[in-house]
Ligand binder design. Sequence first.
Ligand code: GLN
Length: 483
Amino acid sequence: MQANRLTISEIQAGLKGKTLTCESLARQYLDAIQKHNPDINAFLSIDPDQVILDAKASDQRLNSGGAMRELEGVFAGIKDNIHVHGMTTTCASKILKGFSPVYEATVVKRLREAGAIIMGKLNCDEFAMGSSNENSAYGPVKNPLNRNLVPGGSSGGSAAAVAAGFCTVALGSDTGGSIRQPASFCSVVGLKPTYGTVSRRGLVAFASSFDQIGPLALCVEDAMLVHQVISGKDNQDATSLTHTPKWTPLKKDTGSLADLVVGVPEEFMGEGIDKEVSEAMDQTIQNLKKMGARVVSVSLKLVNRCLPVYYILSSAEASSNLARYDSVRYGPRLHEGGNLDDLYLKNRSLGFGAEVKRRIILGTYVLSEGYYDAFYLKAQKMRTLIRQDFDHAFTQCDVLLTPTSPFPPFSLGAKTEDPMAMYLADICTVPVSIAGLPAISIPVPRTTNQLPVGIQLITPALKEDQLFTYAQAMEVMLKGNHL
Ligand code: GLN
């Protein structure tokens, strides 16, 4: 196996057994990036010399008897809406071209303290708004599994980088599905943690009551290891919780899922779900039953309200969060001259792409006097009811199983002209974001010529430990069961 396809435990076994050095690993990732990134376009910025220096420093530490830290030998790519010291944060927007943050995100600091090496910044949809990574001002990302297809979005660069062997793990951000959906399109694992478990300090805000940072990785264990490092209280984020996840295996023998009750929301099994995705779901359910799990049908009856609720609330928050980009305080001045109003108007018109403008207009509209009660307030009330829908479903099961996306990855350009068709990509992921719950997408292995499909597991809030256990058991099961 090529070293740039190794999981964290394999890397650390190699470092311990002296069959691998951080420097040799760094060179393999950098080679893969040099060869394939010009076409795949996952990394927007990278400093290869710094990566080699950091790798040599890790080797030196280990050679002089330093202990193996949790993420020793792990090379992490960071979505370009999360601040990294010494690198630009563009949010894949022209309005932030060349912007250098003055501090580093808490999650990045924690990765470094645990021994990880930061590879560089990853492409995404502009300000994390999109489902195909085609809204980047720096060009689309291609799916490494089939370069005619989109990698999903908005963390398309993060998913593609892991799938292409450019880094061991990546951080993405998930507001309505942006970690899970690209993970499913690129056949990797993606976790959206419970809202509040991971610090948002240093994450550029899109919709603050939804945004969470989480890992994309080659396997469930790697996602869990990264999550353990980045989560936990941060005094610089008032919404961060003290909770730290623990790893508690469900059963010693992961071949059995006896006693587990899996709920399948009936709303995700019928109309609107592609045949390939339904087949993958059916196969997964059969396998779960074989492993002793009880599979029950449950209902999330408000699912068909989730897209409007999400797009009203997230756009309202975005319109307020993005008001700060006026080309005075951050980013380049794209237009000079005229009075102050002209300066704001012209710079914002030139700096933002079409999708971001659409969200700002929508968000401003739903917050405006006369429409606030009809849209924003109503959507907030619906948010409570949707949460209650999940609470009710969890009285009948331990974990929910749904597809991650209603369809497999589509061709580049197929949905760019139709925003509503693009928004439908989020139908399975936004309900979870509205309720603030944790969810993980794991790939369903397919024969090589078939399109990637991911399944999503959801647990009640703060039950990441159980989520990981179920997901790992299913990963073991799925590995032996190609469709
Ligand atoms: N695709 C969704 C949107 O465009 C989700 C984005 C996200 O999670 N950042 O809003």
